[in-house]
Design a protein around this ligand. Sequence first.
Ligand SMILES: [Zn+2]
Length: 175
Amino acid sequence: MSEKVFGKNGLTIDQMFSERSQAKKAGHSHYFTGVLCKNGHLAPRRVHDCLCVECGKMYRRKYYVPNPKPPRLSEEEREKRRKLNTRKYWEKNKELIKKRSSEWRKNHKEQERQRNKRRYANDPENFIERAKTYYQENRERMLEKKREYRAKNKDKIREQNKRYYEKKKKENLQK
Ligand SMILES: [Zn+2]
């Protein structure tokens, strides 16, 4: 587990709440949803403004450094490193992140739907492209899940199909 601590409370990731409201109640400065931020960082967020700490660093670099020294790394290099760090971080904290992420999704189904809607509205092409990529990358896993589900719920599915055909038959007779 990562030993890195955040904020004035010196919280580690596993001490953080996944809900901002809970964190606020507990007087925490940070919380951790396990969901990627809009810039693709996997990092704790600050309670007072919901900003992910990596974005915070990015903004500080952008706005609060009046005369920055020339960066040793190009933006491209830095982005590469950020991605690598995110992946390392993910590898290290996989289980916790998955748990938090699914917890969060369960509690925010409507929010997730709205978010997807917004993403689609902002950039339909990109959204569809991403969905396609996701599908391609996860196709096997999804099919496997479907197969598992079918195997486990044979009777239920047969029952559903039967009802469906009977309904169709009735509708056809009424025509
Ligand atoms: Zn971020």
